[in-house]
Design a protein around this ligand. Structure first.
Ligand SMILES: [Zn+2]
Length: 331
């Protein structure tokens, strides 16, 4: 017998707990912030308020630990934590796949994680500073020493927020892939930390940039055989897959839910609008194009699903099992 009053506890097939209730409560807080921002944000508010009120899951199979989301009625807002978390999982899986393919083609290459920062910024100059940061990165990739050193890369833009100072911290995480000759002394392509920092200062035309972090990613001891699903690699790629802002930075627990400052929401929505948050170098762009053309129709039609919903007309963030049905059946 199916129990229709049970609360939702979602465990993924890989054993991770996904807290949809929390995502939903944060979406409600985000919707309220958009609403307070008034004209120009009402459509966003409406979309976010109803985000993820219905989620369709596969039925857990006997040989499987958990269930997968097959359909989620999400708002796709960039600042919505539930949609952000889904997107970051999707990005992660795609980046891992791209890297796996790269590693098969160039098994001798080594990876490094590069973090590029600029001094903290206030909201009044953030839009220009973000443009300068992305332009700086583009310039960096076109510099001769970079072109000689790096065979491929992908990068992500992230903005963190410090509620104590009210300042924003935009930065770029990039995964760089070095061919073996980068480390070969006779070529003189190797760049020391100071040289990386100098290059970054030059393309940004700023001497007040004092920090740059670059670290080689050591393959996990068990992964010398070439298994790229190493924890180190996975962690680095997860860092890049994270989507632009960490919700934890901006959502504060309040009462039984969350609150978020609409000024912060305005700043992030305004400055991240139309920005490309993740970018790839040529090799990865080609892999992606090929991947896209290979996508075939999946046989989703014969899947049995559970539909979980919030109660109609009340925003409680509590999900109830609503119906079991075949996928694609309309409510
Ligand atoms: Zn959403």
């Amino acid at each position: 017998m199916t129990e229709y009053n049970q609360p939702l506890h979602h465990i993924t097939p890989s054993g991770k707990y996904r807290n949809w209730r929390k995502h939903r409560l944060q979406a409600i807080a985000l919707g309220a912030a958009y609403k307070r921002l008034g004209v120009g944000f009402q459509k966003k508010a409406e979309r976010v308020f109803v985000c993820s009120r219905r989620i369709d899951f596969t039925k857990p199979q006997d040989d499987q630990l958990g269930s997968t989301v097959v359909n989620r009625y999400g708002c796709k807002d960039r600042l919505c934590p539930g949609c952000q978390s889904s997107r970051s999982r999707k990005n992660f899986m795609e980046l891992m796949q791209l890297y796996q393919r790269y590693h098969e083609a160039y098994p001798g290459d080594r990876a490094a994680m590069l973090t590029l920062t600029i001094p903290n910024v206030s909201v009044s100059t953030m839009k220009e500073e973000l443009s300068a940061l992305l332009t700086g990165f583009r310039k960096l990739t076109r510099r001769k020493p970079f072109e000689h050193a790096v065979r491929a890369w992908f990068r992500a833009l992230e903005v963190s927020y410090n509620p104590n100072t009210g300042l924003y911290h935009p930065h770029i995480h990039a995964l760089l892939l070095f061919p073996p000759h980068y480390f070969d002394k006779q070529h003189n392509y190797y760049l020391k930390h100071q040289q990386w920092l100098k290059l970054w200062q030059q393309v940004m035309r700023r001497t007040d940039i004092k920090h740059l972090d670059i670290r080689m990613l050591k393959p996990h001891p068990q992964d010398i055989t070439g298994n790229v699903k190493s924890p180190v690699m996975g962690k680095a790629i997860a860092e890049i897959a994270k989507y632009a802002t960490k919700p934890a930075d901006i959502f504060m627990p309040r009462g039984r839910g969350f609150a978020v400052d609409e000024k912060v929401i305005f700043a992030l929505a305004y400055t991240l609008k139309h920005r490309r948050l993740i970018a790839y170098s040529k090799v990865f762009r080609e892999y992606r194009r090929e991947n896209k053309s290979q996508i075939t129709e999946s046989k989703m039609d014969d899947l049995d699903v559970y539909i979980w919903m919030e109660q109609p007309d009340v925003q409680t963030a509590d999900y109830y099992l609503h119906e079991e049905t075949a996928f694609n059946t309309k409510l």
